[in-house]
Design a protein around this ligand. Sequence first.
Ligand SMILES: Nc1ncnc2c1ncn2[C@@H]1O[C@H](COP(=O)(O)OP(=O)(O)O)[C@@H](O)[C@H]1O
Ligand SMILES: [Mg+2]
Length: 305
Amino acid sequence: MNENKGFDVLGMGCVAVDEILRIPKWPEQDTKVRLNHYDKQCGGLTGNALVAASRFGARCAFAGHLGFDSNSDFVKNTFLTEKVNIDHVPWKNDSMPIHSFIIVDESNDTRTILFHLNGSTGAPVDSPAENVILSSKVLFVDHYGIEGMIRCAKIARRAGIPVVADLERNEWQGFDELISLVDHLIISIKFARKISGCSSPGAIAHKLFTPGKKVVVVTGGEEGCWYIEENRVLKHFPAFKVKAIDTTGCGDVFHGVYSACLADGLPIHERIRLSSAASAMKALHPGAQKGAPTREQVLKFLETR
Ligand SMILES: Nc1ncnc2c1ncn2[C@@H]1O[C@H](COP(=O)(O)OP(=O)(O)O)[C@@H](O)[C@H]1O
Ligand SMILES: [Mg+2]
């Protein structure tokens, strides 16, 4: 990746500690169930996207809330191992990651996520410093810490730095302003239907392509994704056929690899192709982060397709 800017991808949003519980089938109430598999991994929309982008070769930084509890330590150590910079984290006593319990029902490959918001999480209102944002090639935002996200997105957009977003909830104040500041909007079809009021991928993408947008991508799991850019022609990219065992984090890996490719100056079709391949490869592994592939692994996978 090009060396002349501080970070390729800067993110401040949601990080989580995910406890992954794989069960043979959904239990009756008041019963005991033995797990088929247990694992603990870092997660969260931004945490997963940054780790995926870093594995893909991007220089990434996390500048959202973290504290001094054991889950913050777990996230910190993961970021350090994954070469995600944490120099701009505003460490605070009352900050900590989200704690999630992801139940994967192996009888039908569904995942149910229970989560606890323990303390402040996501983007701080007044950091990172402007020069940190301005020395990044791509700003990555999600819906955690909307006030701080809006501040960062405004600074980035004024300087012509692209803002990539993953959004899954719209109940917090400022959501409309945040989404208007995003120029690369990538969201899954379920949430896209909710906020657009439209049903078909084409109608959704056109409705969400508001002034200032460069790309809108609607992801649809194993159906692949649909995208439009400034010429407003809808394109569909089918998902790569894989034997998926856990789709947790597929969307997050898609966002991370898309952001890395954008920082690298790749054209839209390449961004979509590489992100689709990386997210399909993720589905071969349990949990959100362990399955995120490197750039070399993605290129090798694509040679066989
Ligand atoms: N079962 C699957 N097989 C292959 N690729 C998948 C599968 N599920 C997801 N993907 C890829 O990941 C992308 C994002 O997945 P999606 O489920 O839409 O997002 P989210 O994880 O945010 O709900 C899809 O557009 C597709 O490219
Ligand atoms: Mg998602």
